[in-house]
Write a protein that binds this ligand. Structure first.
Ligand code: FAD
Ligand code: SIN
Length: 511
């Protein structure tokens, strides 16, 4: 069996994984870093981000306190005020660093950042690259990372499980599956999980196919605290094209630009729920749309941008306009059908203010982590920001606490793996699960059938761990489904007092 060694293993090549690697290698070129990613380097949610990054840059019209209050209000009062303040205050520095590494964002005629307005923000503060901010972020970060020869990127390598060892357990790396179907361990004293979200639990999602919650599922299997899995955010305005998976997003910035949400009777019905109408936070807008759909029996509502200047619309949203046109809905001429779709996992693997999980040796950052930033509902464009800040915090912690003292032991025996179930069954069951989870969230299915399906499937996988990615993803989706349902049935949100307790345990275990 092949065994690979590194100082640091990073799982995931989105904004969290890449910015973490760049920061570490810029400050300590001696480090040997292995980055595993299950697809191509740039494939992940980061690349599809549209709206942008929320940062207070306009000190005349905006201030940190306002961004902090908007974030706390969106969170339903569940975000951790200390974490929110830390992230918001660091935002300008992290953004400038991103620009230093090669990212370009739109400027206005005065050469100042062009700031967009999005739902839940009191003022325009979203830095963007037209409507494809994520593409620019992914392009610049992957180019910057690839300049470091010390970074070995293993693309199309799937992280199966964490390598946990010792009487007082530590994380010492992870098991990977090579594109040839061979499992092998990467042994490293420090591992970062940066595996993104789990939108693929649902039949309608804006998340790419890779978003199957693999890091969170691996953490659950390793008994590492994972919080608030049920706080899944649905984006209100994904293009409604039945059967299309993933769903194309119509960015929230469109509504900030003046587009309306209307029903089949052309009414702007959102004002009945919230005086901010289209500019309420996305949980409120989504619930109002669901209510409208259930009352009217319709499958979709519409984004109406016909009253806006068509040239300005095309200039600001070239990607959205082009995609909608291709799908047969020119937004400058017709209403575009939209419906809510699963978008973002607000909960995840517990981390403290340094990105440390409770398991020594293991950090988490980005969408797979629960840092205390989002509470029940994330404010628009706070996710890329949170990922940058926590990747930075984790890197800084590692650089100031050299971890490379003890070499983790080599796992005694490889995982028992064999060829999986025929992919056709795997795909069928994944679709079934996605539909059930969607129905569960819409309140038209109780949990019994989901628990039965996921438990049976997991039992199969316990007997025969497959060595194909589709089956391993299904295994993770089943773990996630059970976790989401367990949290949803209790309905509770992890409080900040309980986070403080976990922070104390984390401190104790790491020392
Ligand atoms: P990702 O970018 O999703 O990267 C995850 C990485 O982990 C990938 O490289 C993947 O291959 C790898 N991976 C996963 N599992 C495994 C495994 N088992 N083995 C190996 N590798 C694995 N947020 C904002 O702040 N502003 C926006 O404008 C915005 N727009 C969005 C638009 C869309 C359509 C979507 C889907 C999301 C948007 N978000 C936005 C959310 C934001 O993009 C994500 O939360 C963020 O990019 C997540 O970054 P990440 O690094 O955590 O994960
Ligand atoms: C969007 O552009 O609407 C997505 C923004 C986000 O997810 O924060």
């Amino acid at each position: 069996m092949k065994v690979q060694y590194a100082d640091i293993l990073i799982i995931g090549s989105g904004i969290a994984g890449l910015s973490f690697a760049i920061k570490l290698l810029r400050e300590n070129p001696e480090l040997r870093i292995v980055m595993a990613t299950k697809g191509e380097v740039e494939e992940g949610s980061t690349r599809y981000a549209q709206g942008g990054i929320a940062v207070v840059l306009d000190q005349l019209r905006d201030n940190f306190e306002s961004h902090i209050q908007d974030t706390l209000a969106a969170s339903g009062g569940f975000a951790d005020p200390q974490i929110v303040e830390m992230v918001v205050r660091q935002a300008p520095e992290r953004l400038h660093e991103l620009e230093e590494w090669g990212a370009h964002f739109d400027k206005n005629r005065k050469g100042k950042p062009d700031l967009a307005l999005e739902g839940g923000h009191s003022v325009p503060r979203v830095v963007h690259a037209r409507d494809s901010t994520g593409k620019e972020v992914a392009r610049s970060l992957s180019a910057a990372a690839l300049r470091f020869p010390q970074l070995e990127i293993l693309s199309h390598h799937f992280a199966i499980d964490l390598h946990i060892y010792g009487d007082t357990p530590r994380c010492g790396g992870a098991w990977l599956l090579s594109p040839q179907g061979d499992a092998f361990p990467v042994i490293a004293p420090i591992t970062l999980l940066a595996t993104g979200g789990c939108g693929q639990l649902f039949s309608a999602t804006t998340n790419p196919l890779i978003a199957t919650g693999d890091g969170v599922a691996a953490a659950i299997r390793a008994h590492i605290p994972v919080l608030d899995l049920h706080t899944l955010q649905f984006h209100p305005t994904a293009l409604y094209l039945p059967g299309k998976q993933p769903s194309f997003l119509l960015t929230e910035a469109l509504r900030g630009f003046g587009a309306y949400v209307v029903n089949h009777d052309q009414e702007r019905f959102l004002f009945a729920t919230d005086p901010r109408g289209e500019l309420a936070t996305r949980d409120i807008v989504t619930r109002a749309i669901w209510k409208e759909l259930s009352a009217s029996g319709a499958d979709n509502v519409f984004i109406d941008a016909r009253h806006l200047d068509p040239k300005a619309l095309e200039k600001a949203f070239p990607t959205v306009v082009a995609y909608c046109r291709l799908a047969g809905f020119d937004p400058t001429r017709v209403r575009v059908p939209v419906a809510p779709a699963a978008h973002y996992q607000c909960g995840g693997i517990y981390t403290d203010a340094h990105g440390r999980t409770i398991m020594p040796g293991l950090f988490a950052a980005g969408e797979c982590a629960s840092t205390g930033m989002h509470g029940r509902n994330r404010l628009a464009s706070n996710s890329l920001l949170e990922a940058l800040v926590f990747a930075h915090r984790a890197a800084k912690y590692i650089l100031s606490h050299p971890p490379l003292l003890q070499a983790p032991s080599i796992p005694k025996s490889p995982l028992y793996m064999e060829s999986g179930a025929p992919p056709i069954a795997t795909i069928r069951i994944r679709k079934q699960l996605q539909q059930m989870m969607t129905n569960f969230y819409m309140g038209i299915l109780d949990a019994t059938e989901i628990i039965a399906l996921a438990s049976t499937q997991l039992h199969e996988f316990e007997m025969h761990l497959p060595n194909d990615v589709a089956s391993l993803e299904l295994r993770n989706l089943c773990v996630l489904a059970l976790g989401v349902i367990e949290n949803a049935e209790s309905g509770e949100i992890f409080t900040n007092e309980k986070r403080r307790e976990l922070a104390l345990h984390t401190e104790k275990f790491w020392n």
